[in-house]
Design a protein. Structure first.
Length: 231
């Protein structure tokens, strides 16, 4: 009698053609996963990286001689909602603005499968969602923030779309600095360390450049790159 095997096949919950290509939300066991143009972005398995992204930015602000009592933060990328949820759970943050360019992802949070993670944060009066491209936003906005937390790619050297490359160049980082208040903190999540990116941060005029690692069981650790706009 032949052996039979059972495979846990991901279930596609929604598939859409967005302004930057195909985006897919699927369920794999208990996990929800976001796939963009066939590239795995993130899932709901952990959230440590996203929490560290927010906490590291706040700790860096608190290290200033006169830290803001209620710092404002611009979060690049809504994703599965971990960063937003963690920020909204902390009463220290003041204004919380999230930039997300994919309408489908926003929909999945507003009444869709991801709302279980983000509903309280979206209902928080401090929270605002902007449906626009982050690269365009930092080049055009007149608004400023105390922290800018970026989690829109798998890292400076592993972007989801080609257009995001410019964000991690010296000119793109100068635009990031422009939306930060003096002494503001830039925090960038990456799936791997990047000494080259640290150099780009310094060349763009940032100070106190450092990298924090997120411990992993094996393999290359995730990291958060941190830098401060001079006061």
């Amino acid at each position: 009698m032949p052996l039979s095997y059972s495979y846990d096949t991901p279930e596609v919950l929604d598939r859409r053609e967005g302004p930057y290509g195909e985006v897919v939300l699927r369920r794999h066991g208990e996990l929800l996963q976001i796939i963009a143009n066939g590239c795995f972005l993130m899932d709901t398995s952990d959230g440590r990286s996203e929490r560290l992204l927010m906490d590291a930015a706040l700790d860096a602000l608190d290290g200033r001689p006169a830290p803001p009592a209620r710092p404002s933060v611009l979060i690049g990328g809504l994703g599965v909602g971990f960063s937003l949820a963690h920020a909204a759970a902390n009463p220290r943050w003041g204004r919380i603005t999230v930039v997300e360019r994919e309408p489908a992802i926003v929909d999945w949070h507003r009444g869709g499968p991801l709302s279980a993670l983000s509903a309280p944060a979206l209902a928080d009066p401090r929270t605002g969602i902007l449906e626009t491209d982050l690269v365009a936003f930092v080049n055009e906005t007149c608004a400023t923030y105390d922290a800018l937390c970026l989690d829109i790619d798998n890292g400076p050297g592993w972007t989801v779309t080609e257009g995001n490359d410019s964000l991690y160049s010296v000119d793109g980082l100068a635009s990031c600095a422009r939306v930060l208040n003096p002494g503001g903190v830039l925090a960038v999540w990456s799936a791997r360390p990047s000494p080259e990116f640290e150099g780009s941060l310094r060349n763009a005029g940032f100070q106190q450049v450092r990298t924090e690692e997120i411990p992993v069981a094996r393999g290359v650790p995730d990291v958060v790159h941190l830098a401060v706009r001079p006061g």
